[in-house]
Design a protein. Sequence first.
Length: 385
Amino acid sequence: MNIPAEFNEIRPYTPEELPQIYEELIADPAFRTVVESVMPGVPFEGLAMKMRQCKTNLEFQKAFFYGLLWDLVKKTANGLTFDCSALPDLTRNYTFISNHRDIILDSAFLSILLIDKEMTTVEIAIGDNLLIYPWIHKLVRVNKSFIVKRGLNMRQKLEASALMSRYMHFAMKEKHENLWIAQRQGRAKDSNDRTQDSVLKMMAMAGEGDIIERLKELNIVPLAISYEYDPCDFLKAKELQQKRDDEHFQKTPEDDLINMQTGLYGYKGRIHFQTSACLNHELDELKKLNLPKCELFTAISETIDRHIHSSYRLFAGNYVARDLLMGDNRFTAEYTEEEKAHFENYVEQQIAKVDLPGKDTTFLRHALLTMYANPLINYLKAAKG
């Protein structure tokens, strides 16, 4: 396929480029060290040979990531389920826009779930702030990621957004790929999941016709991701206190690495992915309202949020957290005393993991309870509709 050169710096590698990238990865001692820690006892030379046999990105994903990720589910979760019954046509390509819980696993789990539905895996929007080492930069592009450039000035940001939008439309129309993008930059630290208008504005920069027609080209599907337990919850609470105590606080690359590792290997309980229907019909309805541009983007964001919020899978901990946060017993029918004690104990264990001088236990507990209560609070608001 003839891919425009303007996308060379951000797009996934093509099958023709893979052999060279494989050799660069195989020769990288840092990559070898990581592989040997993830797959102990497996000879690296054998893995290198297996890599060289993968002719496409999808073959690589199926040969390596598919099995590794399902093994990870067995070790760190109590099941991973997927409901895409709202999508009657699984042969179409979609842009999944989801809430964002885990740096790596949100899109990775989606891909293995799509494989099981005999759909193609997603091309993944990933921020370049996470590409800490050269081997990570190469591996994510083998794994069908396209790069979102961060830390730019206003003019550069506008140019980068326009380029990314053109690439997403190209990937959908010409490459016939599924796409995944988070509804906002970074994870919602308090689980109050809201779509940023700026994400939709970027997506509507390319394509044909008016804003609605451009967005319809991407076949947007809201996707709700629910984790019973978020292994990074204590790190998110810690970051909230750091930002409270220092308005100039910025996470370091090392912080991102710790979040990635904790998210991968920490306990998650039950995990559920739930799609809504493709938004194209609702976009047509919004078009009839003739809203000003800013109001239109806000209305589309709110539509996506409503679908995500109403599609959450709720667990006992969500109900316990909400009752503890509000200081009442509204949802006692949704959990047992044993489940309540278990969740309270879990919260205390997570607070104990926070390593901060001047650790504010009351603040951290409130932050953790808010994280687990917000999906229920938003679900109830969406249900009222």
